[in-house]
Design a protein around this ligand. Structure first.
Ligand SMILES: *Cc1c(COP(=O)(O)O)cnc(C)c1O
Length: 465
């Protein structure tokens, strides 16, 4: 039996991040400025530091991780890779299951991997304050943590539904020194406009992004920080997969299939990009490894949405982004997997799905919590509801292996713990979690509205996507 926990020496901490952009089968379509209908970054250059902007459009495959960032990473990295022997036994599967565990970071998820470099680059370029949004609170906690370490102020617009459901996330952010507002708030024009129409709005990530971006645009000392979707964020997360490859190499195993959940796509990309590199670039992958992204049926952007151009936020401040979307006006049902409640997805995820490099599955929250329960009772860690979608996918895969007798190696990302999600687990334990599917008609209605807003949408889509 191999070790259950596969640890890596600190000196093996990656020195570079891996950028997939030069290695995509089809180039990434450009963002579109809706005013000109032509490629253009819109407000983006006004709200990010130069280093981040250059990473966003990098044509370099390998990007150095600053020593100051690696120093902070050492607080919790390298993170453990764990053989899920308890889960294997519970399932009576011949498959080997491994998970990379990012819940050991101080804020409790992978998001610290990008919060640290974002805070660092902003500090280096003389910015003293960062505004951001947060859905379930993990990103806000991570950014607050990063800002604290590099001496910056953090202001966080937190989706009101989460602000109410997860008050201890707010307390964590405040303990790191951040200012937290429930979104929609009265702090911004975008927030006030929503409140005027819907005084009881429970908010959405799209609305909170509008508020945070408006805040950053309105102040010279302030930039904006983002927790997912953008290329530079996914890039920073590749420390996860690079470490995992080193760790797995010591066991002699290589994954047949890799699972992760997708909210904006950053954690899963961080895990699988380095394996994509083996498969598609060096062609040294010993197996034809598959990548499976899992999402919530309550927010089914890739499985039910359309691959087109849409705004990243509700107030339409961002440029049009080439991605799968269920509409920038999406208001989520209050399911608990807060981090998956975003209407769009990273453009690289859409690109890879369209070129058939990536598979996607959607699961409803009841099945997901049932999977989480089995994981808790066999492995002990209480997972966040978001990665529990990946756990559901892994359990199904392992059960298929049981039927066929295949000894597959299954790898997944446990991107965060669920110790702030006790309300969700309490609801589940009391039978209050119900399956929910976002209706196709609602997606269609949003797409119709998008085309009324931009009658030229299909023309631009055909030209660039
Ligand atoms: C933010 C978050 C997600 C969703 O974002 P991705 O960019 O898809 O990773 C999923 N799980 C956890 C624990 C998160 O914090």
């Amino acid at each position: 039996m191999t070790n259950r926990k596969i640890l890596l020496d600190e000196e093996k901490l990656p020195k570079q991040w891996y950028c997939i952009l030069p290695d995509l089968l089809k180039p990434l379509p450009p963002p579109i400025d809706p005013m000109t209908k032509e490629p253009g970054p819109g407000i983006v250059p006004k709200i990010f530091p130069k280093q981040i902007l250059s990473q966003e459009m990098s044509t370099e495959r390998w990007i150095d991780i600053p020593e100051e960032v690696r120093d902070v990473y050492r607080l919790w990295r390298p993170t453990p890779l764990v053989r899920a022997i308890g889960l294997e036994k519970a399932l009576k599967t011949p498959a080997k299951i491994y998970y990379k565990y990012e819940g050991v970071s101080p804020p409790g998820s992978h998001k610290a991997n990008t919060a640290i470099p974002q805070a660092y680059y902003n500090m280096k370029e003389g910015i003293t304050r960062i505004s951001t949004e947060t859905g379930a609170g993990q990103w806000g906690s991570s950014l607050a943590f990063g800002c604290m370490l590099f001496g910056l102020e953090a202001t966080v617009y937190m989706v009101k539904a989460s602000y109410q459901q997860k008050p201890y996330r707010r307390v964590m952010m405040e303990s790191y020194g951040a200012k937290v507002y429930a979104s929609p708030s009265t702090q911004t024009e975008s927030g006030r406009a929503i409140l005027k129409e819907q005084p009881n709005s429970s908010g959405s990530l799209g609305i909170a992004i509008s508020e945070a971006v408006e805040d950053a645009l309105s102040r010279a000392d302030t930039n904006y920080g983002i927790g997912s979707v953008f290329n530079h964020v996914l890039l920073h997360q590749t420390v996860i997969g690079l470490e995992t490859k080193e760790q797995l190499a010591t066991t002699g195993d290589y994954p047949d299939v890799i699972y992760g959940c997708i909210g904006g796509g950053s954690s899963f990309s961080g895990l699988f990009w380095p394996f994509y590199y083996d498969k598609m670039v060096t062609k040294k992958a010993p197996k034809d490894v598959r990548f499976v992204a899992t999402e919530a049926t309550a927010c089914p952007k890739v499985t039910k949405g359309e691959y087109t151009y849409d705004h990243g936020d509700t107030a339409k401040l961002t440029p049009l982004v080439p991605m799968h979307t269920i509409g920038h006006d999406f208001i989520p049902a209050p399911i608990h997997a807060g981090g998956l409640r975003y209407h769009g997805i990273a453009p690289t995820i859409s690109n890879l799905a369209a070129t058939k490099q990536l598979e996607t599955e959607a699961y409803n929250q009841l099945d997901v919590f049932n999977a989480a329960k089995l994981f808790i009772q066999s492995e002990g860690i209480i997972p966040a509801p978001e990665p529990s979608h990946a756990i559901k996918g892994v359990i199904d895969e392992a059960l298929r292996c049981k039927k066929t007798g295949e000894e597959k190696v299954i790898l997944f990302l446990l991107c965060g713990h669920g110790y702030f999600d006790m309300q969700a687990y309490d609801d589940y334990n009391h039978g209050k979690i119900l399956p929910y599917e976002y209706p196709t008609e609602k997606v269609e209605a949003s797409m119709k509205k998008l085309r009324q807003l931009y009658p030229w949408l299909d023309e631009v889509k055909k030209k660039f996507i």
